[in-house]
Write a protein that binds this ligand. Structure first.
Ligand code: 1CP
Length: 344
């Protein structure tokens, strides 16, 4: 078999088709850990960088050129389409919402507009990236925040450890949270389909905070949103990757989402996850991002262990278990991608 292109290897791994070795990329691969990122960001706010097509294209491509990742992910944030719904928010550095959403009237104020019109720059960035990457045959990923995680910040007003305001709404005023999730699900379907039309070859749905729920609450509040999105996406054109942080206890429900790939954090043992989900879905992950501070030989050994564990899965994409951190050493990221390329 001649060596596949990076797009072929990535898409085959997502679809559970045979590959020579797993492909590699990293969540939050563009970010403050790269001096070149800090240089492009100097003097502009994060939101401005997301809206500036030239800058966002450059930031999206940096990890490909600088640290050897084998897929490019759109430089943006899960809150960009929420800005398009008319929500007043700032990044400090995480999203801070001026007026948190707590009532039905607040939910009804969220505009259900076509993202192609409300955040046109997102699709312009994707079209530009796709034409830049076409010749090299590097896969382009789009992404969105999942409804539950977006709702968590919208209700709370900012990041939180336990999201108590969100849970209060869930347990005390379920109709309000249902309405909010429904509106966000509609938006997410439109937003991801528009990304696929603009050239995204796979899309990742980030449900970072859904792991805060019990398995029963996850099934009631989160799983239906994932299933609705999976059902309505143009999946023949782009596989769907689902990420839940701290989701070991909901792995079985994740496998019923309809996603093609489940992205797991490091608390889940990859071989065990493969046994639990069987041949239904491929897996992505799952090195602890903090482990990239270790010496290169140690990182290479973990990569080999992950590859071996991932062999039991329907398919495996090597990645971290969560995003790169501002303090992640660039040399550790390089050691990670080099070790994947060195797999035999
Ligand atoms: O000051 C800065 O440089 C801004 C930091 C930053 C960056 C680089 C934020 C603010 N967002 C991003 C980019 C980003 N965010 C990407 C880009 C593509 C990539 O290289 O991977 C992606 C996919 C995200 C997704 C995102 N944003 C998630 C889901 C994934 C995850 O990490 O859990 C979440 C929860 C957010 C919210 C958010 N935006 C920014 C921050 C610092 C946060 C987290 C806030 C918190 O912890 O509560």
């Amino acid at each position: 078999m001649s060596e596949p292109t990076r797009s072929e290897r990535f898409l085959r791994a997502c679809r559970g088709e045979p590959v020579d070795r797993p492909p590699v990329w990293l969540m939050r691969q563009a970010g403050r850990y790269l001096p070149e990122y800090r240089a492009v960001r100097a003097g502009v706010s994060f939101l401005e960088a997301c809206q500036d097509v030239d800058r966002a294209v450059e930031l999206s491509l940096q990890p490909l050129r600088l640290v050897g990742t084998e897929a490019v992910i759109l430089f943006s944030d899960i809150f960009i389409p929420v800005v398009g719904m008319g929500v007043d928010l700032e990044f400090r550095p995480g999203p801070v919402i001026a007026q948190p959403i707590r009532t039905l009237a607040d939910v009804e104020k969220l505009a259900v507009s076509d993202p192609r019109a409300s955040v046109p720059y997102v699709f312009e960035i994707l079209r530009r990236l796709r034409s830049e990457l076409e010749a090299e045959e590097v896969p382009l990923l789009g992404f969105a925040g999942a409804p539950f995680t977006l709702a968590a910040y919208l209700v709370e007003g900012k990041g939180s450890k336990d999201f108590a305001a969100l849970k209060r709404l869930m347990y005390c005023e379920p109709a309000v949270l249902h309405a909010l999730l429904e509106r966000l699900t509609e938006m997410t379907v439109e937003y991801l389909n528009a990304q696929i039309e603009a050239g995204a070859q796979a899309v990742q749905l980030f449900d970072t905070w859904a792991g805060l729920l019990s398995a029963a609450d996850y099934r009631e509040w989160v799983l239906p949103t994932h299933q609705a999105i999976a059902r309505r996406l143009k999946r023949a054109a782009a596989p769907l990757i689902l990420y839940v942080n701290g989701g070991a206890h909901v792995l079985d429900a994740m496998a019923e989402s309809g996603a093609d790939v489940l992205s797991l954090d490091w608390r889940v043992e990859l071989a065990d996850a493969a046994r639990r989900v069987g041949r239904r879905v491929a897996l992505q992950g799952n090195l602890d991002p903090c482990a990239l501070a270790a010496p290169p030989a140690r990182i290479a050994a973990w990569v080999r262990e992950l590859r071996d564990a991932g062999r039991a899965a329907r398919g495996h994409v090597l990645n971290l278990g969560h995003g790169c951190l501002p303090e992640t050493p660039v040399a550790g990221v390089r050691a990670f991608t080099d070790a994947v390329r060195a797999l035999t």
